[in-house]
Design a binder for this molecule. Structure first.
Ligand SMILES: [Zn+2]
Length: 166
C-alpha cells in the first residue's frame, strides 16, 4: 500500500516481484500459474506538473490461446503513466481525454491490485497463436465441436428467435 500523492512528493520508487499465483484475477486468462511479474513504480510529475505514477511491468506468462486453448507464451512489457486524480470530478474530467490514463489517488493505494488491473487491461486484446501455430490436435477437436453445433436448432429456440423479430 502506498499513499500515491505522498509517494510523488517524495519522488518514491518501489520495485518488486509478484508471483503469478498471487494475481488471482488473472488466473482465468492463464494456462498455468508459472512465472512472475517484475515491476517498478515511481512517483513523478508530468509535463504539466501534475502528479502521477510511472509504472513498468515485465514478465513472461502463459496464457490460454483463444483459438486452440493451448499454452501461449506471452511477454509482458508494459510502461504506463497514470495521472493521479484528487477526486471523482477530476477523474471524470481526465477520463474524457483518451490519451491520458488516470486513477483516483486514494491514500491507501494497493500497488499489486493496480498492477493486476493494468496487466488485465493490456491483455484485453484477444490473445492467440500466430496463424498456423496453433496446436493441430486441439484445433481438430474444436472444429468437430463446431460441426456438432451446426445441427438444427431446438424448435423452441427457433420459435423464440421468430418471436424476437416480430
Ligand atoms: Zn493456438
Amino acid at each position: 500500500m502506498i499513499d500515491p500523492l505522498d509517494f510523488v512528493q517524495n519522488a518514491g520508487i518501489r520495485h518488486g516481484r509478484i508471483p503469478m499465483a498471487d494475481l488471482v484475477r488473472l488466473h482465468d486468462l492463464l494456462f498455468d500459474k508459472t512465472g512472475e511479474l517484475i515491476y517498478q513504480i515511481s512517483g513523478q510529475l508530468d509535463k504539466n506538473a501534475k502528479p502521477g505514477l510511472q509504472l513498468e511491468v515485465k514478465g513472461r506468462i502463459h496464457l490460454n490461446c483463444q483459438r486452440c486453448l493451448e499454452k501461449l507464451a506471452c511477454e509482458i512489457d508494459l510502461k504506463t503513466f497514470l495521472l493521479l486524480a484528487k477526486n471523482e470530478t477530476e477523474l471524470q474530467q481526465v477520463d474524457e481525454d483518451d490519451t491520458i490514463d488516470a486513477i483516483l489517488a486514494t491514500p491507501d493505494l494497493d500497488v499489486v491490485n493496480l498492477i493486476e488491473d493494468e496487466v488485465i487491461l493490456s491483455l484485453s486484446i484477444s490473445s492467440r497463436h500466430a496463424e498456423g501455430e496453433c496446436s493441430p490436435l486441439t484445433l481438430k477437436s474444436i472444429e468437430d465441436n463446431l460441426i456438432d453445433k451446426k445441427k438444427p436448432a431446438h424448435p423452441f429456440a427457433v420459435l423464440a428467435a421468430l418471436k424476437k423479430t416480430n
